[in-house]
Design a protein. Sequence first.
Length: 276
Amino acid sequence: MTESGLKLICWVAGAAVAGTTLAIPQPVDPWEMPSLVLDRQAAADAIRSDRSLAVDALASPEAETVRSLFLEHGRAEANPPYPSGEYDRRQAAIHHATAALLANGGRSALDAMRSAAVEEFVRVFYQRSSKERSDEEIAILGGFPEIETRYGLVRNGVVIAPELTLRALYKARWNAILRQPFVDGFSDIELQAYWGWLALHGWGQPLARREEALFAFREAGGRGAEEAAALFDLLDGRPDRAATTLQNLYSATGELRLRNLGLGALHAALFRKGTP
């Protein structure tokens, strides 16, 4: 027998053993959430749309005032604390500047400015070097480093969150500063990127808040929402309900992973009831 023939036989035998092992029902501890998965084309289209809108940002006095106040807010966030009177003054100024921008350029002007702000943020955020950031870069980031830490966007210096999630979180921050609804102007894929990360990767956040995010993620058409809902049931002390959901998902999809997760949840349910 040739060496290549022996290797082929060993590979086939190994694959057969692996296939048999996977086919055998075996409980798996169902504690790990599914990862956030975004449609690649839809995400690329959303980013392309931002870049296109940013080009159309109005170079008007109203737009310049809004941007200046937004950056002023960012500087204050990056250097707390600051007097409450200063915050109130700036918020009043932002309110009037935003109203003037809407009156002059309409909703499209506001959308374009938000996209332009996101493009500036992305440029600064991914420059993760040891060099000291400029005053403008600090103002652009503002309090985002706190968001980065709170939601685990970066691990060991490596950005692990999808770019669209970063963009969506920054858009939500921009909306909040301008007193707009958090997810105002978001497309479905951006809603998935925003709510999906909070629900599926927001470890350390209150479970009730993550469940609300999961509901919004599912409403936006997010992948893996049903599996995640089952795991939330498990975390919430309802393993029997989690087992039923996972078993139903397995029946619908035929995914062996879901079968094994369902068995793990069933074992947890039996253990909870005191069944040996």
